[in-house]
Design a protein around this ligand. Sequence first.
Ligand SMILES: Nc1ncnc2c1ncn2[C@@H]1O[C@H](COP(=O)(O)OP(=O)(O)OP(=O)(O)O)[C@@H](O)[C@H]1O
Length: 770
Amino acid sequence: MEQELVKSYLQARDPSIMAYNRTDIKEVKVNLGALMASNDTEVEDQNESDEVKCINVYLRVRGDIKENDLYEIDKNSLVCNIPEGSFAFRNVKSGDSMKRNYSFTKIFGPECDQQTIFNYIIKSKLLSFINGRSSTIFTYGASGSGKTFTIVGTPEEPGLIPRALEYLFRSVPKLSHKPYVQLLPNGSTQYFSTNLMEMHEQYKNSIMNATIVDEIRTYKQMQERLSSEPVAKIEDDSYVSVSVWVSFAEIYNEIIYDLLSLPAVRNQPRQRLALGKSQGNTFIKKLTYLNVRNGLEAYQILQYGLHNLNYAATAINSHSSRSHCIFTVTLVQTSKRSDDVYVSNFNFCDLAGSERSKKTMNFGDRLKESNNINTSLLVLGRCMENIRKCQQIKESTVPIPFRECTLPIPFRESKLTQIFQNALLGHENVEMIVNINPSRNMLDETVHVLNFSAIAKTVIVKEELPKPIKKVTRFSILTKSENSPRLKDVVTNKLEMEKLTNECNRAKEEIRRLQTLVNRLNEELSEGRTSDEKSEEIKHLHRAIDTIIDERDNIIKMYEKKMVENENRISAIYEESIARYIEMHRKNKQEAIQRIRAEYEERIAEMEIITISSSDEEDELPKKRNGKSQKELEDRILHYQNLVGEMSDKLRGLTKELKDKEDLLKDKEDLLKDKEDLLEDAKEHFTLMELEIESYRKKYNEEKSEAVLLREQIELLTLELHKRSIGVASEESSDIDDNEFQNHEQETNSNYESSKAFEANKIVSVADLH
Ligand SMILES: Nc1ncnc2c1ncn2[C@@H]1O[C@H](COP(=O)(O)OP(=O)(O)OP(=O)(O)O)[C@@H](O)[C@H]1O
């Protein structure tokens, strides 16, 4: 198709309808036609190179609209035929033909399906994400243009998020059942204790229980559909613990809400979340981050959040999302060797649709929403425009730090731009999918959207190499600063205890298996198998259960030993650290005081010597006065005056020095206070650990009683079996003596009684232990 490049001196307009009729744009006009046509070739962003890389902007044309006579697609360019009397181009005269040419990184025409888009845009970014790099995907477009369809999709045609989740979980190595660290909203991490994990799981379960069964079925069908698509498998590294976390936030009327808040909280006015700053990054304070172990969990959480979103019917879209929503998948990778933590985010940001109030026929609340949506999109456009201008002024080929921008960038004017400030400045990978609805009545909105995309495409980005963060809890600082091998022992012990728990769980599983066997045997017994076979099987079962019970006893003993060791170590470390700090502080203080005192005394002594010598000389004055000239006397007085001056200077110096030393002492005292706080924190941490140990102890006791019950059951079963086998035998052979039978029964009963007594003793002795 031949395309005509029309020179145009149109100002790139703000994408929003709010910008209509605004004539006060004073910047120098640029040749937008040239700017838009400048990138005809396909950008192979997949390869990393040193070349200047701009934001990848993709165009997707809504596929289910038949009416499509205004746009022509030629490779990566879209030619827009502007009809006469168009509102967006009011200067087009009757009879004139007007074409606009917009170029994109890639255009996905109406025939493109969800899989093609996912494969082209997301797949390579997911691999970078697994390598620790963050990405942000925006969908931008007018209301009803297919943004949500692209990003979330439908059960039949899953969008980018479900596909990305499924891909991620099929790619990453086996996820840790219990993450090593917990992700905090500011992007840092803390040690994920069992208590914290239990609270977290409770919260997550209440969210997942709220999902409809249909959604689970839908996901499974979708998973089946996606399972045929190939994925890149990441090699398993046993020294890296991997966990995946998701969050879902909504910006509605410039207020941030957590879409993963619990239903009980939802009935009250929703909690408004504030923004915070940490190490130059803006984050949403108190936003819920949930740990997910598979695609289904993540999908259920996504659906839960979508139910909480603000939707409303407008004249353009019967189910229009009235807010910007941000679904974030975070990958936390902890190196077990170095304690380094790598955190990467994949943000899916579905922007609310830009719209004209006149066309959407909004009023009241809808109009207010509409204004807020348009304002934030307008700010997004302005930020991008100024960032690009700054980059041009600096002739920069890399992102520039915010403080070096010479033009004001209005990040603070909207929550959306504040949150994505770092990404927009080019420090992270940013992709933008521009959605358009090709129908004629959407032309004005579409032209604004296309103009916006021309600005976005020029912002330079450079993916920065992932930097590890250290675990930043005060506890880990203490562990490091103390360099105490004993503290490390405690942590190692804790891991060992977890290993023991796993072994116990395995034993529990074995008991369950045996129980099933016992049940089966019981059934077979009633069906009438020979007594020999049955008793052989029961003996076998007995042996297996004895072994398991012995194993469990050993584990419990080992566990109890470790627990006692741990408790002793914790209290010893705590007391030792406190004593060490107090002693160190006392010694420092004493040394400092002694030093000051010595210096002070030395100076005083010096001054006394000077004073004595000067007063001696003064005593001799009258005697000598007669023989000396007036001049000599005056010199001497001057000399003494200088001496006194020097002495007062020295005194002043000493006083200052004393003050400095006092300040130093004060600083040291503050430092000590800090260390004491730190120890207090550690103490809290240890208390938590003690609580955990207590809960372990409870669990083991429960399991133990369960095993004893099971044993009793088996004993009963044996007894029953004996009874039956004897019954069968007496029927088969009539020469068995009645007395003999009674003796046998008595013997069996007494065996049973003694084994019961033995078990009872065992329980008592275990109870004594605690
Ligand atoms: N490529 C497509 N193929 C089939 N149907 C589509 C496509 N794109 C969008 N649709 C349908 O168009 C309707 C509107 O799409 P969607 O809700 O995704 O728009 P939106 O841009 O998110 O709108 P808003 O900003 O108002 O929320 C939906 O019913 C969706 O299923």
